[in-house]
Design a protein around this ligand. Structure first.
Ligand SMILES: [Zn+2]
Length: 179
């Protein structure tokens, strides 16, 4: 299991006013979900770079992704990379969003990539309403967290620890997953 063990600050680069608002809304939603975990997210406006969201032309994403390296998931219009230390604690993460995106595509991509940077690094093909939904042909159009995302994030931050192995995850799931 890989996740944050300290409270990160989110900073956006080349963002519009509306992007800042979308990020702000998601940050307050996440802080509600993270309540009791000891971790909270702060929206910064300076040089803090724990979580950086960069808006850039789609055509520059592959080169930027190559420069950023690390563990990443390549996607059509967005990208993210997380840098965990050897204790599986994420210390820094970068999300990249295609700046040509507009409307709900833009909002959904911000929510999708930012949710990834918290440690929900995979995709689910099962829950279409999830912010990290992706199937072979579609990706998430969710502009906010779904109940399943909220449950997963709470589980990851309240019941699991960085470095937990499969057996520990399974035990925690059987014991704590809300039904
Ligand atoms: Zn994704």
């Amino acid at each position: 299991m890989t996740r944050w063990a300290k409270s990160p600050t989110v900073t956006a680069v080349n963002a519009t006013e509306e992007d800042i608002q979308v990020i702000g809304k998601l940050v307050s939603e996440l802080n509600e979900v993270l309540h009791g975990s000891g971790i909270s997210i702060r929206q910064g406006d300076g040089d803090e770079n724990e979580i950086r969201i960069i808006f850039t032309l789609k055509k520059s994403i592959p080169r930027l992704a190559e420069e950023l390296g690390g563990h990443h998931v390549q996607e059509g219009t967005g990208y993210f990379v997380a840098y965990p230390n050897d204790r599986f604690e994420i210390e820094r993460a970068v999300a990249v969003i295609g700046s040509e995106l507009t409307g709900n595509d833009r909002r959904a991509t911000i929510v999708h990539e930012l949710t990834h940077t918290l440690g929900l690094m995979g995709h689910s093909p099962v829950f279409p309403e999830s912010a990290v939904f992706a199937s072979k042909t579609k990706t998430s159009s969710a502009s906010r967290l779904a109940p399943i995302d909220r449950k997963l994030i709470r589980f990851l931050y309240l019941q699991l620890n960085p470095g937990d192995r499969w057996e520990e995850v399974r035990w925690a799931f059987e014991t704590h997953w809300p039904r």
